[in-house]
Design a protein around this ligand. Structure first.
Ligand code: BGC
Length: 754
């Protein structure tokens, strides 16, 4: 390929315009005259979905390894594992001559109802950012680009193509943007995919603040912005805003609009060149890496998929240590998902696996001699209505067994890209199966297949629950590994499971009024809300059990006081105090104890996953930089660290905090403050310049109100009344005892003192 600068000189206006949109559904346009070829990008994110050639249907894809979808990947809390998954995705893309694989999705789970939550990572921006970053680093290490999506504020499926998400600036900066920010700054995805929706009135695809000011200028994104498929609204406005590539192709309609805009002077050639340069730079990168000989090892990727699926699953409950199964001889696997797992979600990520493991077959493969595994479907996969014959069969098997493993969850019609859920329920047929089994069996393990939280009205009746998520093609094998203790659960929830849908903070404002959706809960998303309101949950954020136990030693900080420029190192020894090897996710939450603005009770700011043999202790080291203490200041348009005490909580979940410590932050950052006639008098109280005035004014006013006993409630009221008075009343309400000119002098002196 010729150099980008040469191409920019040689391309005609029409050719440049053409490069700003695709050729068809999945490829870019070629300019054969100049030797510029076309190349392919395709879905992701948890496996390659490359449509078969020659007129195959949209969903008819070549086989590729299906890893757990986003919800499961995030539950691993394992950065290294995410890189391994990314590398595998990269290798498979390369073997299929795909230049960019579309994913990961870093949108925040605002409501458990969002139909696409199975694809997204977390309700927490720090965790989502870490997972997205390492996914991208993995993919791109193979010379294949990632596409970080859907930028931004795409938190529901309902009217996702037109809905206007109304979000205040602090909430955008602290909740909805940071996962993208981390991924962009620390993994530099080759492409960012802008979302369909509008944000505060402007489509993401033509939102200059989002795509240029924030993404390119503040975060330094050097790659290209591609539209979500069909997200382009006004092509010329999009280019001006910093969106370079429209996908899919549209037969040249918008190319003509670009040409016309340049000819009429609405769009300058320099603006168009800026966009085309990024398209060419990406093409250059892709071409340099394409390798027709690339292959990958299917069996090795399947083995990796099994390992990842086992780490993605979360042991929610294990009363009496029912799991792992060891001494039982008769185990009943009940529920059609045991044989035909629901292992991925519906929509653009739905792909064709290279092979499929089911739990029944895998269990029989590994079962020790003498262990009998029976199977009953319990419900039909074609209807959600209970089937009495299947139920009766399952009940009999449950009765004969020593333990029943019941496979239930959500079917495809319950959650998918394209629509949101309206409740947290599961099919009636699955509920009926549990109801029948509990009548005859006490030893019940529920294994869930779902992409997002469900309610569990049956929870009290079953001793063990394994959240299997949508675990990819090796789901069945991974479930069996965990059930029989061949692997030890180490997944932790990346989202809160609420007791009731109504407890979720978006409940009153989801999914909006058809035109707009107002994010009125502000910062209080997920555990930030449940913790602020001290609401009980079904399972809290960060929760997940193990077959072993972990004890936490005392936290040691490398400094007890830090400035706003310093980092803090937190060390905590963690011991495996049980009998089997296992991994613990050590979570560090930071709480601002003296904030001047409304802040969440505590927020996740660091975590580490540590593998420990029985009896082993390792000291986990976590680092906090100034961002861990900061809030977004709308006044300064920047991150702001406030002086004061911050509590650090280290724990095994957001509600199982084991150790705490305090660090004092001394900040040299200042928020702008101007004294004027309306500043409340109380701010003078301890001020070096104004303190005396305050005392004098207070004495004067209190006499004015008449002598009152100090403990008289009326005195307290008077004091509060005076303290909150605007400074102007020092003149007005003392009948001029403090002349206006003197007050002006005072205000001047206060402003000079800073
Ligand atoms: C989805 C994207 C996907 C694209 C291409 C869109 O509808 O929102 O996530 O990558 O289609 O299939």
């Amino acid at each position: 390929m010729k150099t980008v600068d040469v191409l920019l000189k040689e391309l005609t206006l029409e050719e440049k315009a053409g490069l700003c949109s695709g050729k068809d559904m999945w490829t870019t346009k070629a300019v054969e005259r100049l030797g510029l070829p076309s190349w392919m990008m395709t879905d992701g994110p948890h496996g390659l979905r490359k449509q078969k050639p020659n007129g195959a249907g949209f969903m008819d894809a070549i086989p590729a390894t299906c890893f757990p979808s986003g919800a499961g990947l995030a539950s691993t809390w394992n950065r290294d594992l995410l890189e391994e998954v990314g590398q595998a995705l990269g290798r498979e893309s390369k073997a299929e001559q795909v230049g960019v694989i579309l994913g990961p999705g870093a949108n925040i789970k605002r409501s458990p109802l969002c139909g696409r939550n199975f694809e997204y990572f977390s309700e927490d921006p720090y965790l989502a950012g870490q997972i997205a970053k390492h996914h991208i680093l993995g993919v791109q290490s193979q010379g294949v680009g990632a596409s970080l999506k859907h930028f931004a504020v795409n938190n529901q499926e309902k009217l996702r193509m037109t809905i206007d998400a109304i979000v205040d600036e602090r909430t955008l900066r602290e909740i909805y943007l940071p996962a993208f920010e981390t991924a962009v700054k620390e993994a530099q995805p080759w492409t960012v995919m802008c979302s369909y929706n509008r944000i505060n009135g402007t489509y993401a695809a033509e939102n200059k603040w989002l795509l240029t000011t924030v993404l390119k200028e503040e975060w330094g994104h050097t790659g290209l912005v591609v539209t979500d498929w069909g997200a382009n609204n006004d092509r010329v406005a999009g280019i001006k805003a910093g969106q370079e590539l429209e996908m899919p192709g549209n037969g040249g309609i918008t190319d003509a609009a670009i040409v016309k805009a340049v000819q009429e002077g609405v769009l300058t050639m320099a603006e168009l060149d800026k966009a085309v340069r990024r398209v060419l730079l990406l093409t250059e990168k892709v071409l340099a890496e394409l390798d027709p000989k690339a292959t990958y090892d299917k069996a090795a990727h399947h083995t990796l998929a099994r390992k990842v699926a086992a780490e993605a699953m979360v042991l929610l409950k294990n009363e009496g240590g029912l799991l792992p199964l060891s001494s039982q001889k008769r185990v009943a696997f009940l529920g059609a998902f045991a044989q035909k797992p629901r292992y991925q979600g519906g929509g653009s990520s739905h792909m064709t696996p290279t092979q499929m493991d089911d739990a029944v077959t895998e269990a029989r493969k590994i079962a020790p001699a003498g262990l009998e595994i029976s199977y009953g479907a319990g419900y039909s996969l074609t209807s959600d209505a209970p089937d009495s014959k299947l139920l009766a069969e399952a009940k009999t098997l449950a009765q004969k067994a020593e333990v029943a493993v019941v496979f239930i969850g959500m079917t495809d019609s319950f959650e998918s890209e394209g629509f949101d859920r309206t409740h947290l329920g599961i099919p009636a047929s699955h509920l009926a199966l549990i109801a029948e089994v509990v009548k005859v069996q006490k030893n019940i393990v529920v294994v869930l297949s779902n992409g997002s939280p469900v309610e569990m009205p049956w929870l009290d009746k079953v001793p063990a629950v394994l959240e299997g998520y949508l675990g990819g093609q090796a789901w069945g094998g991974a479930v069996v590994d965990l059930l029989f203790g061949r692997a030890n659960p180490s997944g932790k929830l990346a989202e809160t499971f609420p007791l009731r849908l109504e407890d979720n903070s978006s409940y009153l404002n989801f999914p909006g009024d058809g035109k707009k959706v107002e994010y009125r809960e502000g910062l209080f998303v997920g555990y930030r809300h449940y913790d602020a309101l001290k609401l009980p949950t079904l399972f809290p954020f960060g929760h997940g059990l193990s077959y072993t136990t972990f004890t936490y030693g005392k936290i040691v900080l490398d400094k007890s006081t830090i400035t706003d420029k310093q980092t803090l190192t937190v060390k905590v020894p963690v011991t495996n105090s049980g009998k089997v090897a296992g991994a613990e996710v050590v979570q560090l939450y930071v709480a601002d104890k003296s904030a001047s603005v409304l802040r969440p009770v505590r927020e996740l700011k660091a975590f580490a996953k540590v593998f420990l043999n029985p009896g082993e202790t390792k000291t986990v080291e976590l680092t906090l930089n100034n961002r861990a203490f900061a809030f977004w200041s709308v006044e300064t348009q920047d991150w702001f660290v406030e002086s004061g005490e911050f509590e650090l909580n280290v724990g095994s979940s957001s509600r199982d905090l084991r150790q705490k410590s305090i660090v004092t932050v001394q900040s040299f950052q200042k928020l702008p403050f101007v004294w004027d006639q309306t500043t409340p008098l109380m701010l003078l109280k301890n001020h070096p310049v104004g303190g005396e005035f305050y005392q004098a004014a207070m004495a004067e006013f209190l006499t004015w109100f008449g002598a009152l006993d100090k403990d008289d409630p009326a005195s307290l009221m008077m004091e509060a009344f005076v303290a909150e008075m605007p400074l102007r009343n020092l003149v007005r309400m003392t009948a001029g005892k403090l002349p206006e000119a003197q007050l002006d002098e005072l205000i001047k002196a206060l402003n000079q003192a800073g």
